[in-house]
Structures are given as C-alpha cells and as structure tokens.
Write a protein that binds this ligand. Structure first.
Ligand SMILES: Cc1cc2nc3c(=O)[nH]c(=O)nc-3n(C[C@H](O)[C@H](O)[C@H](O)COP(=O)(O)OP(=O)(O)OC[C@H]3O[C@@H](n4cnc5c(N)ncnc54)[C@H](O)[C@@H]3O)c2cc1C
Length: 429
C-alpha cells in the first residue's frame, strides 16, 4: 500500500485492487488475489470480521449453502476448507426430488455419479469465518471493516503515487472520507449492490413472487446424508441434512413459497412450525421439531446487463442473484471470483494492465453464459412446477419418473449440479 499525501486530505491510499463487500464471494476473491501477490483492499460494512469462534454456535445458523465439490476445491485451494471441516460441514451423498401433487420422483446418488459426495451443506457463517482467517492477517491485504462507500469517482487523470505500474483506475470515497485508489475496483456487495448503482450498471430484475422461509429443525428419523426437496404446488420445500455434534437428525429448511404463506409461517409458534413442516414433507423424516423461528427472505432474480467496465467488475450476487431452489447462488459467485482472479492475476504477472477492459471482458465472456443458463433454468423450473395445467402436471410427473430410470442422463445432470461445467479455472480443478 502506498500513500499519496500531496494531492488530497486525507491522503489517498493506493492498491492494486479494491474489493467492496466481504461476503463469501468478495472474501474468496480477496484471498485469491492476495495469495497470488497482489496488494488488495477489502471494504466491508460489518464492524468486524466474523471469526471461527463466532461461527461455532451449538445450533447451526439459519443461513446455509449447499456447496458443490467444485466450490470445495476452490475453498481448499485458498486454504479455508480444513477449518470449515473442523467446525461443521455435512456431506450429502444422495438427493431426492419429488412432486407432492403426483407420483413423479427422481433420486440421485454419489455412487451413480461416481463421486465421493454430491456436495456439503455448510453454514454461511462457517465458510465466511474460515475465509476471513485467510485474509485478515495476510500481509497483502488491507481490510477496512465498519465502513461503507460514499462515492465512486471515475477517471483519474494525472494521479500519481500508485504502487502499480499501470496507469489509470478509479477512486472510492469511504463514508469516513478516506479515499482509496486502484486500477481495478470490484463490487462484491451483494444483490442490492450500491457500488453497481454508482457505476450506472443496469440490472434485469424478475420478482419471483416468492419468499424463502428458512429455519433449522430436528427430525424424528436420521437424514441419512440425503438432501430432500418436495415441490408442493410450485413451492419447493428443501430439507438439507445437517449433522450437529454427531446427531444426524438436524436439517436446514428452505421453503420458497408465496409471500402470504411465508408471512403465515413466520407467525406460527415453533411447535406449530415444526408440525407444518413435517406434514408438508409427508412425514418422510417422521415428526419435525423446529429449533428456531422462521426467517424470511424475498426472492428476486437479478442479472446485471454488464459485468465489467474499464477498471471495474461485478462478482457474485452483485452480478446475479438466483432462486435458491437448486442451491447454486454462492457456487456461481465463487466461480466468478475464481475466473476473475485467474484473468486478472495472469495479466498482472505479465505486467499487462489488469484493470483494462480487454482483460475484464475475458472474465465476463467466461462467466455470463453459465450464469445466464442457470438463471433461465431456475425460471423454467418455477414455471414447470408452478403449473396446474393437467397436461403439464402429467408430463412433469412422467418425465421425472422416466428420467429416474436413465442413469447416463442422471449422470449428466449430476455433473451440472455439482459444478463440473465448462472450462474450470485452475484453482477449481
Ligand atoms: C434462502 C436462501 C438460500 C440459499 N441457499 C443457497 C445454497 O444452498 N447454495 C448456494 O450456492 N447459494 C444459496 N443462496 C444464495 C447465496 O446465499 C448467495 O448467492 C450468496 O450469499 C452471495 O454472496 P455474496 O458474497 O455475493 O453477497 P453477500 O453475501 O450479500 O455479501 C455482500 C457483502 O457486502 C457487504 N456490503 C453491502 N453493501 C456494502 C457497502 N455499501 N459497503 C461495504 N460493504 C457492503 C455486506 O455487508 C456483505 O458482507 C441462498 C440464498 C437464499 C436467500
């Protein structure tokens, strides 16, 4: 980090890249760039980095993600996975999906796919805390916690004092008036990204007219390492396996449902909530006891019209937010981080201008298709499973049951779901 005290008060602090947003995606990207040798600033609104001690709650936190084996490889590459594993991760080797309005059912297994696991259910807090451990004391990282961004100032003619040999770049003004400069500024500040708005990048929004209701439950029967999802009148209800201190009867619930139903669920007592969830799952795991209240998240799919501008890039939910029914959101975001880091570090190592559009466009080209395809697929699922048309209902039930018998086709689907798509960045191979 360099300080240029001649041109402004307070002095401008200069970096090779600035990341705004220290969620899972921004922090993973920060680790990748810093470990490659770049000088990185991370700006995060939360007052302090979440630590593994904070994340080690007796009961699992309500927000979890199904991480694919490809994301696991990336988290291993940056050194976060061992600490996650020591804290709490739950592998799942099976997946069952069924239509509660018919007889359609499809089951996937790690054995059929020829892989060790289909994925892991991990609390977001555990992933973030383990990533934070890789960056907070890293000599190449300057963290700015407890601050928000106030302004993005574009084009900096005549700016001097950068540690970089690359000219150009932009400034960020923080809400405590500090100013940061870098040839590359990255927005990783989530679905309602303020930085994306400051950059004037438009988004296509699609209100899914559903809220996700999230809680943790304990079931009568063990989950058996199987992730279950029932489509109930177009409202996917997921029971995601969690093993807590050796007890494999916990599950994390994500029920994407109408806002009215979500409001009703969130007003239920814990006892009534558990009963409602057990009944909705058809008692496949027996009686259900809720360990927490219901938390609600409105679901809006968003896709930025552009991921990049000169000296500027979007990653993770700042670039795209997706319906959680296939558990892909953070997995797509981690792939953005891995691909952007690969392109930027490659340019930086060659002494090429890593913040220029030609470099950043390579990132956009590699990621936009995959993200668009997944967003389209989620929209298609919602329409298909939300339809009451008798013909479509019959077709989807026959389709699911028919597909269940075609192992090679299921193997292809499983490769997609586990993240093995397209040209993976080296950090994920
Ligand atoms: C109910 C639900 C279930 C889900 N389940 C799954 C799943 O199973 N698998 C999966 O892959 N994905 C899942 N997702 C999606 C996943 O949670 C998101 O894709 C992921 O959290 C996005 O990470 P991110 O780092 O891009 O953004 P965020 O997690 O939103 O992080 C953004 C960060 O930026 C900070 N910030 C915001 N504004 C500013 C500012 N102005 N200045 C400084 N800092 C700022 C915030 O404090 C935050 O730390 C689910 C989502 C929901 C709602």
């Amino acid at each position: 980090m360099n300080t240029d005290s001649s041109s402004a008060t307070p002095p401008v602090e200069s970096f090779e890249a600035i990341i705004v947003g220290g969620g899972m995606v921004g922090t993973a990207l920060c680790a990748l760039l810093a470990q490659a040798g770049m000088q990185v600033a991370l700006v995060e609104a939360q007052p302090a980095p979440l630590s593994l001690d904070d994340a080690k709650a007796t009961l699992p936190a309500p927000r979890v993600s199904a991480l694919t084996p490809v994301s696991q490889r990336l988290l291993t590459h940056v050194g976060a996975w061992p600490a996650m594993q020591q804290t709490r991760v739950t592998p799942y080797r099976g997946m069952q999906v069924w239509d509660a309005e018919g007889s359609g059912e499809i089951a996937f297994s790690a054995d059929e796919a020829g892989v060790a696991v289909l994925g892991h259910i991990v609390e977001n807090a555990v992933t973030l805390a383990a990533l934070n451990r890789q960056i907070v004391d890293h000599p190449n990282v300057t963290p700015f916690f407890g601050v928000r961004i106030k302004a993005l100032q574009r084009a900096t003619p005549g700016f001097v004092g950068s540690v970089t040999s690359a000219p150009g770049g932009d400034w960020l003004v923080l809400d405590d008036e500090r100013q940061l400069h870098a040839p590359l500024i990255i927005a990783a500040d989530g679905a309602r990204s303020a930085l994306r708005e400051m950059a004037g990048i438009e988004v296509a929004s699609d209100d899914m007219q559903q809220d996700a209701v999230v809680t943790t439950v304990r079931c009568e029967h063990p989950h058996g390492g199987v992730a279950r999802q029932a489509f109930i009148d177009g409202r996917p209800l997921a029971f995601l396996p969690l093993t807590v201190a050796g007890d494999d009867r916990y599950c994390s619930i994500v029920w994407s449902t109408t806002p009215k139903h979500a409001a009703e669920l969130s007003e239920l007592s814990q006892e009534a909530l558990g009963d409602a969830l057990g009944e909705a799952l058809g008692y496949r795991l027996g009686q259900v006891t809720a360990c927490d209240k219901a938390h609600r998240f409105p679901l809006v799919q968003r896709h930025a019209r552009h991921y990049v501008q000169p000296h500027f890039a979007l990653v993770g939910d700042a670039a795209h937010s997706i319906h959680p029914l296939a558990g892909q959101g953070v997995n797509l975001g981690l792939m953005d981080a891995a691909v952007l880091a690969e392109e930027v570090v490659h340019a930086w190592q060659r002494g090429a201008p890593w913040g220029e559009l030609s470099t950043l466009r390579r990132y956009e080209r590699r990621r936009r298709f995959d993200n668009s395809a997944m967003l389209g697929l989620m929209k298609g699922f919602k329409v298909l499973f939300g339809s009451h048309d008798p013909g479509l209902t019959l077709a989807r039930n026959l389709g699911m049951s028919g597909m269940n018998k075609v192992v090679p086709l299921k193997r292809v689907l499983m490769r997609q779901a586990t993240g093995e798509r397209g040209r993976l960045p080296l950090s994920c191979r």
